[in-house]
Design a protein around this ligand. Structure first.
Ligand code: SF4
Ligand code: SF4
Length: 268
């Protein structure tokens, strides 16, 4: 993403919109500036703000004149008054930032928008998580922190070492050069994204060990990690297998979603 310094009038509106805090008003240039290393190409600034087409010279003159009268002229908070934003032509590896950060862009690996995964929400149809298994989502970067792929790789390598199975239809898995070791392609390791989800499944008897491992690895990472656990309900619509493990680990359980009968079961 680029801000045209000839158009920007330094109103500051966009600094509040950026989820990564990557936009700041450069005091020397008196223009909004994007820290390219922190920008995850989520397009929230470009798509989330109305782009008006006021004349920058006139707006600056009006702001200077009114400032002399100790009056502020500020545009509406969700507006860039001079349409100063323009998306860059993204090339590899930077384009991976947008793929993982702009929810309106479908992931090429899965064709799914957002974080590119249905997780276990569609388990009725896909049958990914079988009886006796737990599906885990390990989510990095939300809210408002972001994550670099070398941090995701550190987690994946640790998980691979204990022999977990990575979900194939997952955008992070599609970025691995070696799924057996959890190795992610080297050219994207420094790329930062808004968030990403690693999906694995484990036999229920290994759930506790794997969650403890995830919590240990998280301590070494410079991001935030959230764990989601999906399990099949029994015939009464209850889960009596996974819940005791989570309680033993100290989690106060909230039943987030029950997805029943969302589709025709394609897998037994
Ligand atoms: S909203 Fe537009 S004019 Fe205002 S600081 Fe940001 S880029 Fe500049
Ligand atoms: S594209 Fe997203 S991360 Fe980059 S400057 Fe705009 S809002 Fe911030």
């Amino acid at each position: 993403m680029t801000i045209d310094p000839h158009k920007c009038v330094a109103c500051g509106n966009c600094t509040y919109v950026c989820p990564m805090g990557a936009i700041y008003i450069d005091p020397a240039r008196r223009r909004a500036t994007i820290d390219r290393d922190e920008c995850v190409e989520c397009y929230a600034c470009y798509n989330g703000m109305s782009q008006e087409h006021l004349n920058p010279t006139l707006v600056r003159a009006a702001r200077r004149f009114l400032a002399m009268l100790r009056v502020r002229f500020d545009p509406e908070p969700d507006v860039c008054p001079t349409a100063a934003f323009s998306p860059d032509e993204l090339i590899w590896p930077r384009m991976v930032r947008r793929a993982f950060s702009d929810p309106r862009v479908p992931h090429e690996s899965t064709g799914i928008e957002g974080r590119g995964t249905e997780e276990v929400k569609t388990n009725d149809v896909t049958g990914r998580v079988k009886a006796g298994e737990a599906g885990l989502t390990i989510e990095f970067g939300r809210p408002g922190v972001g994550v670099r792929f070398h941090e995701i790789e550190e987690m994946c390598r640790a998980l691979a070492k204990v022999g977990v199975a990575f979900e194939q239809k997952n955008p992070v898995t599609s970025m691995m050069t070696d799924v057996a070791t959890g190795t992610i392609r080297e050219d994207i390791l420094s790329e930062k994204v808004l968030s990403a989800i690693v999906e694995i499944k484990v036999p229920v008897e290994r759930l506790e060990e794997v969650i403890v491992l995830v919590r240990e690895v998280e301590k070494r990472l410079d991001t935030v990690v959230a764990i989601g656990v999906g399990a099949r309900c029994d015939a009464q619509g209850e889960d009596t297998v996974v819940a005791p493990v989570l309680r033993r680990l100290g989690y106060k359980l909230e039943r987030a979603k029950t997805n029943a009968g969302l589709g025709r079961a394609a897998a037994r």
